[in-house]
Design a protein around this ligand. Structure first.
Ligand code: BYC
Ligand code: FE
Ligand code: FE
Length: 476
């Protein structure tokens, strides 16, 4: 084991060359991945030189190298965080036992399913974002999009490595299937809801990287606690890449807000749309949409699956060791207001382990709020009297106890008729989608130039100026 990544055909820090069989299996999967990337990755930019960071070591300081690379030549590979000596399982019924270096037979199906679910989201997001380059608001943003895309491609590698190494033939079959499902496809959709939603303009892209990648952060934190040590180590390294994705989302939305504020002040009616910008009520609707579909990704509030994962030591809570004292979670409970069929709410007390999805979701909710506080600071600084808010966790849910019912963003129950009447105030309409897309019909390839609807970033990437040629694109 080494923290330095070698330069083999499949870059890795796991001594892949020592395991010929595994190496051959992965080398057989590699060209199929590249085919998938060329078919479903960013369309129209595969030949461009992009200023990207690539992992060269898994050390916290200085793991990345920045240079121009054509995306199909990106060094996708297998990078695990350094092992923790004598690591023990840190929670659940197996607490204190040695972490597993191979898959325990009784947990094989569960682990495979979780790894496949995690792996499925990674290529799904690349598919969702594949046309965005064609309407980029700047070269800086174009580069960030591609950085996110190649790293999500690498996250797929991370899960495929686990499937190939530890799950034999069915693992290899799952690795094939990960390249066959398609986001939004009716016959072979991606596994989780949010990853089949269209993400076909940049406002949705920024919301996605802010809200949906943040679900990724929390799921990865929970898996990083896993008693299955290879899963823990691979997710720990993935988390270092994830931070940039959420940065892209938070700064992206912040820049949109700043620009909207400037345009409102420029217009005598305070109307950002009249100036070719994004008005704040519409932006709020996109917050409502992407936040609510991302809340669904945490699963049901009341989940025996989640209880089993925790009991077995397969999936823990975020920062299990430092944030919690009782790692058994056999005591304590959570109480939910569960809607009944006749429109009332009944209190239901659930043992803590059964509420683990909700425990993780609540951490996500407070983490999400932090960015909104920063966004609202931008508005206040521009003297704009408007506050972006997170809707209630009941709003627009399709999994869990609030699924199939209607709530307004304040969490008040609505009848089906009231919902139909009001939903255009809460969620983007066709007309909103058409308007947002109308702002983004042409890409901007001139270094340093920004689309009218977004403010420039404060600084560039890796100390480069904002007007650096982050993507060498021949537009002719
Ligand atoms: N859509 O017991 P429950 C990322 C299913 S994002 C569709 O509550 P559980 C990324 C569920 O499978 C992070 N179906 O489920 C971000 C179950 O099915 P069965 C991705 C859903 O197991 C941006 C049933 O409903 N990582 O990395 O507790 C860009 C009952 O539900 C959904 C993971 O998800 C849904 N939203 O929780 C790129 C981690 N929710 O058993 C990447 C691995 C639930 O009845 N996955 N269902 O057939 C998990 O930990 C769990 O599978 C979940 C679900 C938390 C997702
Ligand atoms: Fe990812
Ligand atoms: Fe991500």
């Amino acid at each position: 084991m080494s923290s330095v990544i070698n330069s083999e055909r499949i870059p890795n820090n796991v001594h892949l060359g020592d395991d010929r069989k595994l190496q051959r299996a992965l080398e057989a999967w590699q060209p199929r991945f590249i085919d998938w990337w060329k078919e479903m990755g960013p369309e129209g930019f595969q030949e461009d030189q992009v200023y990207l960071r690539t992992a060269i070591s898994v050390d916290a300081d200085g793991w990345a190298n920045f240079d121009y690379v054509k995306m199909p030549d990106y060094r996708w590979g297998i990078f695990l965080a350094d092992p923790v000596k004598d690591r023990k399982i840190g929670f659940g019924d197996n607490m204190g036992k040695d972490a597993w270096q191979t898959v325990p037979g009784e947990h094989r199906n569960t682990l495979r399913r979780l790894i496949v679910t995690q792996g499925d989201t990674e290529p799904a997001s690349v598919e969702q974002q594949r046309l965005l380059g064609q309407t980029c608001p700047s070269l800086y943003d174009l580069r960030n999009l591609f950085q996110v895309n190649v790293e999500e491609g690498r996250h797929l590698w991370a899960m495929v490595y686990l499937l190939h190494s530890y799950f034999g033939r069915d693992g290899r079959e799952e690795a094939e299937a990960l390249l066959e499902r398609r986001s939004g496809n009716e016959d072979k959709p991606r596994i989780l809801g949010a990853f089949n939603e269209p993400c076909n303009h940049w406002l949705s892209f920024f919301m996605f990287t802010y809200f949906t990648d943040r679900d990724g952060k929390y799921q990865l934190l929970a898996l990083a606690e896993s008693g299955f040590d290879p899963l823990s180590r691979t997710t720990r390294f993935m988390l270092t890449e994830e931070a940039h994705h959420m940065f892209v989302g938070e700064k992206g939305v912040g820049r949109v807000l700043k620009r909207s504020a400037e345009l409102m002040k420029k217009n005598s009616n305070g109307d950002a749309r009249a100036e070719g910008g994004i008005d704040l009520p519409t932006l709020q609707k996109y917050v409502n949409l992407w936040y609510s579909v991302s809340l669904d990704l945490f699963g049901g509030e009341i989940s025996s699956n989640a209880a089993n994962y925790f009991a077995a030591g397969i999936k823990g809570r975020a920062h299990e060791e430092r944030s919690y004292e009782d790692h058994m979670a056999l005591e304590g409970s959570m109480t939910f207001d569960v809607p009944t069929s006749d429109g009332r709410f009944e209190k239901q007390e659930v043992p803590l382990r059964t509420a683990m999805n909700e425990v993780l979701r609540q951490e996500y909710v407070s983490d999400s709020q932090r960015g909104l506080d920063n966004w609202n600071k931008i508005l206040r600084k521009e003297d704009i009297d408007f506050e972006i808010t997170l809707p209630s966790t009941r709003f627009h849910r399709e999994t869990g106890i609030y699924a199939g019912m209607h709530f307004d963003p304040e969490g008040r129950l609505l009848s089906a008729e009231e919902w139909e009447k009001k939903k255009a105030d809460f969620l983007p309409t066709e007309e909103d989608e058409t308007y947002i897309k109308s702002l983004m019909t042409k890409p901007i390839f001139e270094p340093g130039k920004m689309a009218n609807w977004i403010a420039p970033p404060k600084k560039g990437i890796k100390g480069r100026p904002v007007d650096f040629e982050y993507v060498r694109h021949d537009a002719s």
